[in-house]
Design a protein around this ligand. Structure first.
Ligand SMILES: Cc1cc2nc3c(=O)[nH]c(=O)nc-3n(C[C@H](O)[C@H](O)[C@H](O)COP(=O)(O)O)c2cc1C
Length: 443
């Protein structure tokens, strides 16, 4: 079916009312109508049509949700315990007013920046996520491809479902590796050395996971690796045939980077992984990692200014302020709320990245004006992957980068130094009393 859109330029909403349009069309000649109606050629493939319907990250979330069985949906969308942090992460960004600067020349907007020595097309990187082939059979390769094509870094997780060497060989680009310090330090050392040998340039050590948070949705849905089928789960899968086919066609889903370490076959891979999270990790382990890893080092999961300063003392080149997207300690403070104090404490020479709750270009602008050098995104690109594989992840990146460009333009900041140095002139935290109109956010 051919769809069309009526282009009335910057028409007001009354002019767009159907009766008005009907009268206007009736009084026109065929030439006028041809001028006025722009026919939109429908996209050829189903994937492209799906993407055509998506304008925002929330649209991608809705599309991906239709395609995923409940277990996958719950795993991606969910947070820990009461999901308080999950909700507050997105709400925290809405808690700012933007104050644009008028009449600046914003005819050219430049979003390029340095991220740990990499010249990035935008202040954005794809965060490490586990199980990524559950969201789309192309999983980590597709995410890395989207990042590479957009000129952004991609961080591969310890819990990836594709071998780190394969992502490096098949895709390349600016690759970072995220490390969990496993109970088995030999396994940890092997992962580190393999990442270095495969060409991963930066290391992210995630420090907010001494134990895995309680993901209530996963517990309710029986979400495990390998998937354990229940009659309800089977029915749910049957209702998502495309996802099922993708899963069946691909190699079995497993934690591809340490599956050989699973010695006791009576436990699931997930049980093995859960056993490897080590609650005894301390700053001493960071010293050991710093000595072994020659490239840039980021510490992810810090939310306290003193901890950030200590990480810098140990030799970290940057910090990722993160509450793991609300998936670990519930009610952990939204990272955007601690950013200014951390920046004050560590000074300007340390790179500060921030994640958890970034859903719009304005969120990135707020983070930069509040002292960040860049943002990481987790769920937004997973929603893109779930909608349309690599093309969907690219769409998610494009949305956020073009929203950032538009926000910078409207705010009067032609480049990132202008946005950062504008600081308090551009963004102001709302007073608690003026928050009453903010309800629960859709994501
Ligand atoms: C499905 C999913 C899996 C994740 N897996 C990991 C992981 O393996 N390692 C890690 O350091 N962080 C992991 N994270 C956290 C992300 O790296 C990032 O901190 C978080 O997604 C940012 O919040 P956002 O999803 O609101 O953008 C995961 C997040 C999600 C949503």
């Amino acid at each position: 079916m051919t769809t069309y859109s009526l282009d009335l330029g910057d028409a007001t909403s009354e002019v767009c009312q159907p009766p008005f349009i009907a009268c206007a069309v009736l009084t026109m000649g065929p030439g006028d109508i041809r001028e006025l109606l722009r026919f939109r050629t429908p996209a050829r493939t189903r994937t492209a049509r799906r993407l055509q319907r998506c304008v925002t990250i929330e649209d991608l979330r809705r599309e991906a949700s239709r395609r995923w069985p409940r277990g996958v949906r719950g795993y991606v969308d969910g947070g820990a315990d009461g999901e308080v942090s999950l909700d507050r992460n997105t709400a925290a960004f809405q808690n700012f007013d933007l104050v644009p600067a008028a009449l600046r020349d914003v005819s050219i907007v430049d979003t390029t920046c340095d991220l740990l020595g990499f010249s990035s097309a935008a202040p954005l990187a794809l965060a490490p996520t586990g199980y990524t082939r559950m969201m789309h059979p192309d999983g980590e390769r597709a995410a890395a491809l989207a990042a590479r094509d957009a000129g952004l870094p991609y961080a591969l997780s310890t819990m990836a479902t594709t071998r780190l060497e394969d992502v490096a060989a098949d895709v390349g680009g600016e690759l970072w590796f995220q490390l969990y310090v496993w109970r088995d330090r030999g396994l940890t050392r092997d992962l580190l050395d393999r990442a270095s040998a495969a060409g991963y340039r930066a290391l992210i050590v995630c420090v907010d996971t001494p134990v895995v948070g309680l993901r209530v949705r996963d517990a309710h849905n029986g979400f495990t690796l390998p998937p354990r089928l229940t009659p309800g789960g089977l029915l749910d899968m049957a209702m998502h045939p495309e996802w099922c086919l993708g899963l069946l066609r691909g190699a079995p889903i497993t934690f591809a980077n340490f599956v050989d370490g699973v010695s006791n076959r009576s436990e699931s891979v997930m049980e093995f992984a859960a056993r490897q999270f080590d609650a005894s990790v301390t700053w001493d382990d960071l010293h050991w990692i710093r000595d072994r890893w020659r490239g840039p080092l980021l510490i992810k999961g810090v939310l306290d200014a003193d901890d950030a300063a200590r990480a810098v003392d140990v030799g970290a080149n940057g910090i990722v302020l993160s509450n793991h997207g609300g998936r670990q300690l519930d009610q952990a403070i939204p990272p955007i709320d601690v950013l200014p104090s951390v920046r004050d404490r560590v000074g300007d020479h340390v790179q500060l990245l921030i994640d958890s709750g970034v859903r719009r270009g304005t969120d990135i602008a707020i983070a930069l004006a509040s002292g960040a050098d860049g943002c990481l995104i987790g769920r937004p690109y997973l929603y893109g992957l779930g909608t349309a594989g690599a093309a969907g992840a690219s769409a998610a990146i494009d949305m956020l980068v073009s929203e950032l460009r538009r926000a910078m333009c409207l705010m009067g900041a032609a480049d990132l130094p202008a946005l950062k140095s504008g600081g308090q002139t551009f963004v102001r935290k709302r007073l608690a009393a003026s928050n009453h109109h903010y309800g629960r956010t859709p994501i």
